[in-house]
Write a new protein. Structure first.
Length: 385
C-alpha cells in the first residue's frame, strides 16, 4: 500500500536528533516561552528572511493574530474587505471572519490554481484594505502584478504560508514578501511539528510586538494587560522538534520536487490536466494536485487507486463559500448564487473554484516517498480506463 503521507516515516528519518532535542526540553523543566522557542524563532526568521518571528499555537492563530493586530494598531477597521482566494483551505477565511472583517472571495487562475490578479483587481473597492495571499499547494503565488496592485490600492499584503515553507521567490522566500505572514507547523505540512504549532513573520517591529502581546493574554509586562488577548504559544517541545526539522527542510523540499518532476514527466493519461508550471513561480509541492474532466471521472479514478492500494485525498471537496458555517453569513452572496445556478442556467459567481473542487485529486507526495512508489502510481494511472 502507498500511503498519502507516512508521518511515522517522516519523523523516523530524523528521530535521533528530534528525540535528543525533545529530551533536553523534558529534562530542563522549562516548557513554555523558553530557550527552544527563542532559538527557533531566530532560526526561522533568518531562514525566511524576515526581521521578526513570533511563535504561536497553530497556523490559524497566526493568521487571526495578524488581522487582530492590524485592528488594534488602527490599520484595519471592522467591516473592511479582505481579498482571499476562493479555493483556499477554510482557515484563511476563518482568520478574516473571526476578526469581523469581510472576506471577498476571488477566483483562481485555473492553470496555476493561484489567485487571479485580473479578477483580484476587479474585486477591489474603496473598502478593500488587505489581501490574504495564499501560496496554495506549496507554490509561490506572489507576482509583480500583485505587488503593484497592493501598492497602488494601499492594501496590506498578508501571506498565508501554511503550505509553502522554504519556497523561494527571487532573493527572498514566501513569508517574507508582504507585510506579515502566517505559518502553520501542523504535522503534515512541509515543516511539521509533532503536534500543533504556528508562527508569524514580519519586518514590522510594532506588529511583532503587538502580536507577541496578543498571544500572551494581551500582556506586554507581567500582570499588566494592554489588550483583551488570547493564549497562543508555541511550546518548547514543538519548538525543539521544529529547530531540528528546519535544518532538513530544504533537503525534504528537494525530494518533493524530484517526485513532482517524475509525475510531470511521466503522467500522460488523456483525461488528466496538471497545473501549468512557470519558471518564475517556484513550488515546494506541499501537495500534488491533478485534475480530471468531471467529478464522476475524478471519483472513479480515486476509487480505482484506492482499490489498487494507493491513498489519495481531495483538496478541498467543498469550498469555503459552500460550507454550512458560512451558509447564513451576511457577506456570503456567493452561496445563494451557486444554489440557483443550476436551475437558472446562470453561471455561479465562483464556478472555477467549484469546478476545481469537483475535479481535483491529490496524489501522494512527501519527503519519504520513493521514486519507485511514484513509478507505480504513474503506471496505474496511465493504464486506467
Ligand atoms: C493548514 C493551513 C492553515 C491552518 O494551519 P493550522 O496550523 O492547521 O491551524 C491555514 N491556511 C492554509 C492554507 C493551510 O493549509
Amino acid at each position: 500500500m502507498i500511503k498519502f503521507l507516512d508521518l511515522q516515516a517522516i519523523t523516523a528519518k530524523y528521530q535521533d536528533e528530534i528525540s535528543e532535542a525533545v529530551g533536553r526540553v523534558v529534562q530542563s523543566g522549562w516548557y513554555l516561552q523558553g530557550k527552544a522557542n527563542a532559538d527557533f524563532e531566530a532560526d526561522y526568521a533568518r531562514f525566511i528572511g524576515s526581521d521578526y518571528c513570533v511563535g504561536c499555537a497553530n497556523g490559524l492563530d497566526a493568521l487571526i493574530l495578524i488581522f487582530r493586530a492590524y485592528l488594534e494598531l488602527g490599520y484595519l477597521q471592522p467591516g473592511d474587505e479582505v481579498l482571499v482566494p476562493a479555493n483556499t483551505f477554510i482557515a484563511s477565511v476563518l482568520a478574516i471572519t473571526e476578526n469581523n472583517l469581510k472576506p471577498v472571495l476571488v477566483e483562481p487562475d485555473p492553470e496555476t490554481l493561484q489567485i487571479d490578479e485580473t479578477r483580484m483587481e476587479a474585486a477591489i473597492t474603496p473598502r478593500t484594505k488587505a489581501l490574504c495571499l495564499v501560496h496554495l499547494y506549496g507554490r509561490n503565488a506572489y507576482t509583480q502584478a500583485i505587488a503593484a496592485l497592493c501598492e497602488q490600492h494601499h492594501l496590506l499584503l498578508v501571506e498565508d504560508n501554511a503550505q509553502a515553507h522554504g519556497c523561494r521567490c527571487g532573493e527572498l522566500r514566501t513569508g517574507a514578501l508582504g507585510h506579515a505572514s502566517g505559518h502553520s507547523f501542523y504535522p503534515g505540512k512541509n515543516l511539521g511539528a509533532l503536534g500543533d504549532g504556528g508562527a508569524v513573520t514580519t519586518n514590522d517591529k510594532a506588529l511583532a510586538d503587538t502580536i507577541r502581546a496578543l498571544a500572551n493574554y494581551g500582556s506586554q509586562a507581567k500582570y499588566v494587560f494592554k489588550y483583551a488577548g488570547r493564549n497562543s504559544r508555541l511550546d518548547e517541545i514543538q519548538a525543539a522538534a521544529l529547530q531540528v526539522k528546519l535544518r532538513h527542510l530544504e533537503e525534504d523540499n528537494a525530494h518533493r520536487q524530484a517526485i513532482a518532476a517524475y509525475y510531470y514527466e511521466h503522467l500522460n493519461h488523456p483525461c488528466l490536466r496538471l497545473p501549468r508550471r512557470l519558471p518564475d513561480a517556484e513550488n515546494v509541492y506541499h501537495l500534488f494536485p491533478i485534475f480530471l474532466q468531471t467529478k464522476a471521472q475524478r471519483d472513479s479514478l480515486q476509487a480505482y487507486l484506492t482499490a489498487q492500494g494507493v491513498q489519495t485525498l481531495i483538496h478541498y471537496p467543498i469550498p469555503p463559500h459552500l460550507q454550512e458555517c458560512y451558509a447564513k453569513a451576511p457577506w456570503n452572496d456567493y452561496a445563494a448564487v451557486a444554489a440557483t445556478a443550476h436551475s437558472a442556467a446562470q453561471p455561479s459567481q465562483l464556478s472555477i473554484t467549484e469546478h476545481l473542487a469537483d475535479t481535483e485529486l491529490s496524489l501522494p507526495i512527501s519527503p519519504v516517498m520513493s521514486i519507485q512508489d511514484a513509478q507505480i502510481i504513474v503506471e496505474l494511472i496511465n493504464h486506467w480506463h
